[in-house]
Design a protein. Sequence first.
Length: 229
Amino acid sequence: MAKKLVKRKKLRIFRLLLVILILGVIVFAIYLYLDTSIKNIVIKGTTYLNDDYIIELAKIDDYPSFYYTTSHGIKKRLKSSPYIKEVEVKKSIGHIITINVEENRILFDYAANDKFILENKKEIAKDELVNIKRVPRLMNYVPDKKYETLIKGILKVDKDILGKISEITYLPTDYDKDRFLLYMDDGNSVYITLTKLNMINYYNKVLTQLSGKKGVLYLDSGNHFKVME
């Protein structure tokens, strides 16, 4: 009888150790699965921001655990950037994270303080991780009230047209305190007043009528083009 009791105890201990071993293997497998790193990061929708800027700000530059990294956390960190208006984060099979970014437009580079002016009116110091392509430079100081009106006007300018403006200079006269001169990338110049700033959106149509000629387009007083001598 005593021998039989010993066998039963040994059998129970063996079963208990087996259960513990199986549970340990399951827990370890789950840990390894949850600790699987992000395999690929896809950035979409950016014009100005480098992928490195997005990835570092999201704190996923060291490719952390795919499962421990939450979409909410990434979105929250990215929206702390003044450059970013909205963010959508998707996690997909294959441990892929896709980040779709909607940026605040950079309206111009303001020479008076050497900062970028965003559509949300924030003034941002220049960052090497931000690619600035075809952003006009406001060359001189503009009084506060005129400055506010200028920003509102530029917000109505189409992106492709704004990208063709290289420099903006405030050139008021005695009869027009809202007068600006725009230097275009193609070598033309445009005089315009704040109340007519939206008219620059017709610039491409005007070009088709010039037969390749270069000159000055006057949109501040009347609509006429003066060919360069």
